[in-house]
Design a protein around this ligand. Structure first.
Ligand code: PMP
Length: 378
């Protein structure tokens, strides 16, 4: 092909409908629903006849304000968020919240309680340790992060400012299916890899945060839900971008927000409503995960060692008998259209992430591929 022809080909838009889409099992950024990607494409060159795309739009324009107001209303409706909670759409990822939580909640306390259930809890603790002393109220390290210590064994430091837990460990595949009792302390939750996947009891929490790139769209946006009354003691010299009260005052527009990511989140929330809301999603997610766990438990080749009661509905990690086989598995899976299955670089193995956007058909197809892979090796 000549250069001019190549250019012409590049200029010809490829209709989304003809693009080859695979089942993408990556842990995040993660798969979006086809319907959402299609709508993003349709609205891109010209957002609803105004002559510019969302990528070029001013964050204080009436058009964008309508999008963000709808997003907040939809989120409040879906998660049943009471009025005394502020909802913020911020930058900086969940990793910034590892610092913002203690910065805003410590007040005059010098310690905070953390539950250690794996990699992301540890990351949250390491960051908090820069600001206060961390009391580990329960530690799953002793059981190799295969479960959650029973609540009778937890020991809270009552002088601590709050209790922090990671609802779903994205790497280890360990998820809380029960609510920790903070014994009167404010409860803080990292919901990054399970937000909107099942109902959560918002009023039992003081602060919830979640990066968006799994169940709420794309990277660049972080959701914060915070009860206003826990913000009475934020030090006056806290830098404004790290101060929840400033973000609340500015309605998340303290500076230029991640406009596109916020807009994608709005689309995801509309899609979720169309799917029947969070309870409907939860039933589907439990069912999808069950398909894989049943296969793993009945297999002589694959194994998942997480205690059954703490198994994640969102991230299903598993190993094969030998590392060499895992490499072959990943190669063949990718060739068959099951992409993004490599485990986190810190642990290796395989991990299937089954966020809201993964259709049940994708999980059935993966299970069929896994059975066939096992059969051919028997
Ligand atoms: N917490 C959890 C549970 C996560 O899974 C992740 C990212 N995978 C993070 C925090 C960090 O999120 P970010 O990269 O957006 O800072």
């Amino acid at each position: 092909m000549k250069a001019t022809e190549t250019q012409a080909a590049a200029d010809t838009p490829v209709p989304y409908g003809t693009a080859r889409r695979v089942y993408y099992f990556g842990a995040g950024p993660a798969m979006l629903p086809d319907a959402v990607v299609r709508e993003l494409q349709q609205e891109l060159p010209d957002y609803r006849g105004i002559g510019i795309s969302i990528l070029e739009m001013n964050h204080r324009s009436d058009t964008f304000q309508k999008i963000t107001e709808q997003a907040e209303a939809d989120l409040r409706g879906l998660m049943l968020i009471p009025d005394e909670y502020a909802v913020l759409f911020l930058h900086g990822g969940a990793a910034l919240q590892f610092a913002m939580a203690p910065l805003n909640l410590l007040g005059d306390r010098s310690s905070a309680n953390y539950v250690n259930t794996g990699y992301w809890s540890v990351r949250a603790m390491r960051e908090a340790e820069r600001l206060c002393s961390v009391h580990v109220a329960a530690d799953a390290g002793a059981c190799g992060y295969q479960g959650i210590p029973p609540r009778e064994q937890w020991q809270l430091d009552k002088a601590g400012a709050y209790l922090h837990y990671t609802v779903n460990e994205t790497i280890g595949g360990v998820e809380f299916h029960w609510l920790p009792d903070p014994q009167g302390l404010p409860l803080v939750a990292d919901m990054t890899s399970m937000i909107l996947s099942r109902p959560v009891d918002v009023p039992r929490h003081a602060l919830i945060y979640a990066a968006a790139q799994k169940n709420l769209g794309i990277a660049g946006l972080t959701l914060v839900i915070v009860r206003r009354d826990v913000l009475h003691d934020v030090p006056a010299d806290t830098p404004s971008m790290l101060d929840y009260r400033e973000h609340i005052r500015a309605r998340s527009l303290l500076n230029t927000p991640p406009v596109f990511a916020w807009y994608v989140a709005a689309k995801m929330l509309t899609w979720l409503k169309e799917q029947g809301g969070i309870a409907a999603m939860a039933a589907r997610n439990q069912h999808k995960a069950g398909i894989l766990y049943e296969l793993l438990d009945g297999s002589g080749l694959y194994r998942n060692q997480v205690e059954r009661a703490c198994r994640s509905w969102m991230n299903v990690p598993f190993r094969l008998a030998e590392q060499r086989l895992e490499t072959v598995f990943l190669q063949q899976a990718t060739a068959a259209g099951f992409v993004g299955l490599a485990g986190h670089r810190s642990v290796g193995g395989i991990r299937a992430s089954l966020y809201n956007a993964m259709p049940e058909a994708g999980v059935h197809a993966l299970a069929e591929f896994m059975r066939e892979f096992e059969r051919t090796r028997a």
